[in-house]
Design a protein around this ligand. Structure first.
Ligand code: NAP
Length: 267
């Protein structure tokens, strides 16, 4: 299937590693032009070189911390300057810390509202008018299955992602007549540094090695997953490339799960 992505211009936020990188990799393999963002120029340059080697028609990295709204404006403008425009925008960032709902603090809520809701909306608003004028655009939110079934111990994520989902669902209807699609790509448990870092916390708590803690965490997660295992990043990114493609032009306002069957409800 030709996805028609050659020379399409994509900005993938949080594109140095993990899920954002898996989408960037898949887009690179299809010959897209890429700008990725993250917090460190060295990591960005390394990832951009790898994307070029995979087949990207161009790849560069721009430092932009989602903690800052102004950084989102600068990122949008720099990506347009680097690529001549942005056709595909992947909204992604590092995940919030674990916490239970009864212990969620106001300070954490405000801080992570900026990362998960305000900054993504700000950069989308800056790039959307040109997509609508051109009559073609794709916005993909890296979400979570917690948007359909709250995940215990991830109260901040559950609470705030509900907001970005409501925004996307509302706006997708407004921009659909202009050829712009907006979808959530919701991962179950995918093995990334975020998963490994959560094992580090478990290792400290139980006084076991990080390898033991990771094995325990993966085995525990696998029990909840019909596929019997956690997913790998390369099983997630290709669906992002498909959603970004011409072929997915009639898919909008949707949440697509990549979760090995974890969500059992008929949603
Ligand atoms: N992995 C899973 O199983 C899973 C499941 C559900 C939801 N999610 C969500 O999916 C998102 C991505 O997760 P992941 O597993 O890919 O995490 P990851 O491997 O830790 O990657 C996070 C990416 O975001 C960048 N980043 C982190 N903090 C940033 C900030 N303040 N400003 C700009 N960029 C930042 C990182 O780049 P630098 O470090 O280079 O800045 C990196 O490229 C998170 O929101 C996570 O909660 C993940």
């Amino acid at each position: 299937m030709n996805l028609g992505l050659r020379n399409r211009r994509a900005l993938v936020m949080g594109g140095t590693k993990g899920l954002g990188r898996s989408i960037a990799d898949a887009l690179a393999e299809e010959g897209a032009v890429l700008t990725i963002s993250g917090r460190d120029q060295g990591r960005l340059d390394e990832a951009a070189a790898a994307l070029a080697a995979l087949g990207a028609s161009g790849a560069s990295g721009i430092v932009a911390d989602v903690a800052s709204g102004e950084a989102m404006d600068r990122l949008a403008d720099a990506a347009v300057a680097a690529m001549g425009g942005v056709d595909i925008l992947v909204l992604n960032h590092g995940g919030p810390p674990q916490c239970i709902a009864s212990e969620m603090t106001e300070a954490d809520l405000v801080k992570w509202f900026q990362h998960i809701v305000v900054s993504p909306i700000r950069i989308a608003n800056r790039l959307l008018p040109a997509m609508r004028e051109r009559g073609w655009g794709r916005i993909i939110v890296v979400g979570s299955t917690g948007m359909q079934q709250p995940i215990p111990n991830l109260a901040l994520s559950n609470t705030l992602r509900a907001s970005i989902w409501a925004w996307l669902k509302t706006l997708s209807a407004e921009v659909a007549p202009d050829g712009v699609t907006m979808n959530v790509l919701a991962p179950g448990t995918i093995l990334t540094d975020r998963t490994r870092d959560s094992a580090a916390a478990l290792a400290r708590r139980k006084n076991i090695s990080q390898e033991e803690a990771l094995a325990e965490r993966l085995a525990e997660a696998a029990k909840q997953i019909p596929a019997g295992r956690v997913g790998m990043p390369e099983e997630y990114g290709p669906m992002g490339a498909f959603l970004a493609s011409d072929r997915a032009g009639y898919i909008t306002g949707s949440m697509i799960r990549v979760d090995g069957g974890r969500i059992r409800g008929m949603v």
